[in-house]
Ligand binder design. Sequence first.
Ligand code: MG
Length: 264
Amino acid sequence: MTRKGPGIERKSEEELALMRQAGRIVGEVLAMMREKAEPGVSTGQLDAVAEEIIRDYGAVPAFKGYPHSGHNDFPASICSSINEEIVHGIPSADRVLNEGDIISIDVGAIHGGFYGDAAVTLPIGEVDEETQRLLRVTNEALAAGIAQAGDGNHLWNVIRAIQSCVERNGFNVLHAYQGHGIGRLMHEKPDIPNFLGERGQRPKNYALQQGVTMALEPMVVVGEWHTRVLDDGWTVVTADGKRSAHFEHTIAVTDGEAEILTRW
Ligand code: MG
């Protein structure tokens, strides 16, 4: 069954131009993270580099100060999540990257009143074959979702494309965390889970329309999808301790192929 809006905001051309700028800043940060992330570098150092780029543009790090009831606000400009950490890891001068690790870096920036949000998982030096496959498949799942985000297509097609790419490669998508609409707020309608659950628990199957902007973000695990949050209140890890990857882009639905606003 298809339900059309209301509830998903469509951005005007002027608003999309502002989102492009925010997205470009995020993309530049991720490109720099790829250059800097290597053995011996701390996640605190990466965070400092990211914040400097964002502020040099006159933009604001979107994650810094993000509130969390019962815990401290998020203290940094990037989320840095290593190996079995999935998302929302807190950068630290004490957390140093080692050969064979993987690091997921999530970046958000606010510029001109609009948000950009994107993430990548990077290998640190040489990683094992399964890990290489995990990164490749997660990136392919994101691309598969983006390929379905055309004008007139439906949200479930996007979700199905992500989920089926992951599952046919023998991995699993997380259940507890999801993508989202984005614009003047980091999290707007619609919610975009990476799987279609039981009937009755699925998101609305919105028809996507030109001007809709979304952050698609497959979070993929080698093992089971169960998660827990560390005592810092933020860092999400796999319950089974196995590795996880996270790729994300902010995109806009156009009359042709979806436009990636955070390309890098
Ligand atoms: Mg996001």
